[in-house]
Design a protein around this ligand. Structure first.
Ligand code: NDP
Length: 405
């Protein structure tokens, strides 16, 4: 039925490609393109090995997604309906430009970030709204798990459980263990930039800034564990407080182990997490890029990963009957199980499956209108039904406050 181009062959690209192969009724032809074509070839070889029954036709290509003419030429040559961008946030704008130039829909899982400053905001991509509208094209932003499924969960709260959401708490627990002294679960550069930045949450119509990891509390993650969780800024907060204006406070919490924080503190203390390039033997090099080269590749963690992730959204406010209400919606994913299914750890899996689902809903026309949108602007019901169908079961807990004020 549909031809799709996936850009990026890292941890997430691997999962998106394999889920497309499983969903061959929708994704009939896929071009997997990335900077290093051997990574694409490896994924396609694994697809042939693990999903021999899939009718999806795969091809691969090398592409530099920072280069708009090169991208546009490849898109024209392949002729997809949609580009799924799971390269890095640095490439969002060039890929959106290439989609506009070639008349193709767009989806990504992370907001654009300039390379030289750790700044997480949608302004650059929202500025494309009119151009996409006028071209009759759609761009769906942030369709991974967080952002992505967490935006869908918030829309589900608003549609089914609340007349007014007042307090929103997004919680992200990785209770897994990969056995390494220190490693990040997705691209180290992106991950460390996010965690070492100041925290920020929304309260009474403005952003409140905190020092990195300044606010914490123990949170119970159903069926997984009670874990110390820290407030940090996460990009979905920006669109959610715009699209649900009754929200008085919105926070994002993530778990980190003590050993992880200790390593990070040391690395930061000695300047290894800096994005400022230094001169090294006549070469300009950003310490964090060097650190990335030293750390284990996120996809290499998958094989021996055990334990689970739990990501969910707690809303508090007025229920449909006007009475005070608290409700939690979440997913639990098991690392070993995702490895058996698609040779990936849970973090890549929970990002890649929603990207495939968003693409499917766009291609089926259920989530399709010209312009640039965040995920919560669409009907959450078909998305949650697809999560249940495609490997991310969704559960709910009513009336229990897991995150305290
Ligand atoms: P990886 O670093 O594992 O993979 C990134 C891929 O993009 C690599 O194959 C890389 O190629 C390729 N790439 C990088 N630059 C270019 C370029 N200029 N041209 C073409 N290809 C390029 O990252 P992940 O798979 O872990 O993450 C992918 C995306 O998903 C990121 O944007 C990340 O922020 C996002 N994400 C979103 C989450 C969510 O829940 N919303 C959670 C986790 C991640 P090469 O191998 O040559 O370096």
């Amino acid at each position: 039925m549909s031809k799709v181009m996936i850009i990026g062959a890292g941890g997430v690209g691997n999962v998106v490609a394999k889920k497309c192969a499983q969903n061959d009724g929708v994704f009939t032809e896929v071009l997997l393109a990335s900077r290093t074509v051997s990574k694409c070839d490896k994924i396609v070889a694994e697809i042939h090995e693990h999903f021999p029954q899939s009718r999806t036709k795969f091809s691969t290509a090398a592409v530099d997604a920072d280069n708009v003419p090169e991208l546009a030429a490849l898109i024209r040559q392949f002729g997809p309906e949609l580009v799924i961008n799971v390269a890095l946030p640095y490439q969002d704008l060039t890929i959106m430009d290439a989609c506009l130039e070639t008349g193709v829909h767009y989806l990504d899982t992370a907001n654009y970030e300039p390379r030289d400053v750790a700044k997480f905001e949608y302004s650059w991509q929202w500025a494309y709204r009119e151009r996409f509208e006028q071209a009759g094209l759609m761009a769906l932003l942030g369709c991974g798990f967080d952002p992505g499924a967490t935006n869908v969960f918030t829309a589900h709260h608003a549609k089914h459980h609340f007349s007014e959401i007042h307090y929103l708490d997004i919680v992200d627990c990785n209770n897994g263990s990969h056995g390494k002294a220190f490693a990040t679960n997705f691209n180290p550069e992106i991950n460390i930039r996010e965690i070492t930045a100041n925290g920020r949450y929304w309260e009474n119509g403005q952003w409140v800034e905190t020092a990195p990891l300044e606010i914490s509390q123990d949170i119970y993650y159903p069926n997984v564990a009670t874990r110390k969780s820290y407030v940090l800024y996460h990009e979905e907060l920006e669109s959610l407080v715009v699209n649900f204006p009754t929200i008085k406070r919105a926070r994002f919490w993530m778990t980190f182990g003590e050993a992880y924080i200790k390593h990070l503190n040391v690395l930061e203390g000695i300047g290894m997490t800096s994005i400022e390039p230094i001169d090294f033997r006549g070469q300009k090099i950003a310490p964090i890029e060097f650190l990335k080269a030293v750390l284990p590749a996120p996809e290499s963690l998958a094989e021996n990963y055990t334990g689970q992730t739990c990501i969910g959204v707690q809303a508090k406010g007025l229920g449909k009957d006007g009475q005070p209400n608290v409700h939690f919606i979440y997913n639990v994913t098991d690392h070993a199980q995702t490895y058996r299914e698609v040779q990936a750890q849970g973090i890549s899996y929970t990002t890649g499956v929603p990207a495939m689902i968003g693409a499917m809903l766009m291609l089926r026309g259920e989530w399709m209108k010209p312009g640039v949108y965040n995920v919560e602007e669409f009907d959450p019901d078909p998305f949650i039904a697809a999560m249940n169908e495609w490997g991310l079961p969704v559960d709910e807990l009513a009336g229990i406050e897991l995150v305290k004020d």
